[in-house]
Design a protein around this ligand. Structure first.
Ligand SMILES: Nc1ncnc2c1ncn2[C@@H]1O[C@H](COP(=O)(O)O)[C@@H](OP(=O)(O)O)[C@H]1O
Ligand SMILES: [Mg+2]
Ligand SMILES: [Mg+2]
Ligand SMILES: [Mg+2]
Length: 353
């Protein structure tokens, strides 16, 4: 029997690899073309450019699929200078393997076609049919700070994530490298850049993030926790995204003595999936915020396929069928399946749930 989603996985990984070439170019520039969105959060020319390149590849292979993507082109239609900067990047970023680049459909035709592609990500999502979720740069604040970020792509079918890919240009290639928050100032790309992938029922893998054809992948799995006291947990750098005083109280109650590792983006999901860390806590900072599906789709599947359990703070699975947000969930608790119940119990004690 041929495996399911083989083509989707290949397209997704190559599309992420190509988009990451673009984000890396922007990462190494001082001027990242940052503009403010309506909710005051930042977006850069890297976010827009990566979204255009990913959607171009998806449209080439799966023109009937819907797409939920974070960014939209409205601001670019009004700002010629910004639009031209993005077009310059998008029209010159290719995979350096001719076959792989042709497989993705090659270059986008024109600046106008680029804007139209960006706006193909406006689907309302939901629980029916094939829907891709794209976060072209997750952790934009980390990206601007010179920290961790991720290029994220997931395929949902009837509300369940079936394929997940995370490109993490600033994480170590080595799955066994210790978990650190900082990539170090003056760091080069040497030894860094990894793609995490998973297909439902087929396990999770990591492979070096390359520049052309895909590198060989290796199976990854979460580290079994033998002593909770020696576990490491990760959380957001941004205290506005996850409540860091609640997480400190949870860690204390679990007798965890290691300090939390703070890193931006879904790099947290990838890191625990390969056993570099153990637990990921994302604790609500407000009653009203709804998590976005593109911030979790790929990571949720990758961690579950690596032997983890991912729920919200009430212990329910993340429900991707509700639209563009995880409207039915609050926060995220990801841990090895064997200890997830123990972690949830303490999360609920501390949050008073
Ligand atoms: N109040 C809030 N609570 C939780 N997440 C938030 C938030 N405000 C913004 N975010 C999300 O947090 C993401 C980054 O996650 P992290 O904190 O793990 O790095 C952002 O993704 P983008 O950077 O793609 O916009 C954004 O969608
Ligand atoms: Mg954003
Ligand atoms: Mg995001
Ligand atoms: Mg983003």
């Amino acid at each position: 029997m041929t495996s399911l989603y083989t083509k989707e996985l290949e397209v997704a990984q190559l599309a992420v690899q190509r988009a990451a070439r673009l984000t890396k170019r922007v990462f190494h520039e001082k001027a990242k073309g940052t503009v403010s969105k309506d909710d005051k959060s930042p977006v850069t020319i890297g976010d827009f450019g990566a979204q255009a390149l990913i959607i171009a590849a998806l449209q080439h292979h799966f023109p009937g699929d819907e797409i939920v993507a974070e960014e939209e082109a409205a601001q670019l239609r009004e700002d010629k200078a910004l639009r031209e900067q993005i077009w310059e990047l998008v029209s010159t970023t290719k995979l350096d393997d001719v076959v792989a680049e042709r497989f993705l459909g090659g270059a986008i035709e024109s600046e106008e076609a680029m804007l139209e592609l960006i706006d193909k990500g406006g689907s309302q999502g939901g629980g029916r049919g094939r829907i891709w979720a794209i976060d072209p740069i997750d952790g934009t604040k980390g990206f601007l700070r010179g920290g961790q970020y991720a290029v994220c792509l997931g395929l949902m079918v009837d509300g369940d994530v079936k394929v997940g890919v995370l490109g993490c240009p600033n994480l170590p290639v080595d799955d066994a490298a210790p978990l650190t928050a900082d990539i170090g100032s003056n760091a080069t790309d040497e030894g860094r850049g990894v793609i995490f992938s998973a297909v439902v029922g087929q396990g999770a893998t990591s492979r070096p993030l390359g520049t052309g054809a895909l590198a060989e992948g290796k199976n990854i799995s979460m580290k079994p926790i033998t002593e909770m006291s020696s576990a490491t947990f990760c959380e957001s750098v941004e205290s506005g995204h996850s409540n860091q005083s609640d997480s400190a109280r949870i860690a204390e109650k679990l007798n965890i003595t290691n300090p939390s590792v703070r890193m931006d983006s879904q790099a947290k999901y990838g890191s625990i999936a390969r056993g570099a860390g153990d637990i990921y806590l994302r604790l609500p900072t407000s009653k009203t915020y709804q998590e976005k599906i593109w911030d979790h789709a790929a990571g949720d599947l990758i961690v579950r396929e690596a032997g983890g359990q991912v729920t919200d703070t009430t212990g329910s699975r993340l429900d991707f069928s509700k639209g563009r947000t995880l409207a039915a969930n609050k926060g995220v608790v990801a841990a090895p399946a064997a200890v997830h119940g123990q972690v949830i119990k303490v999360v609920q004690e501390v949050l008073g749930l």
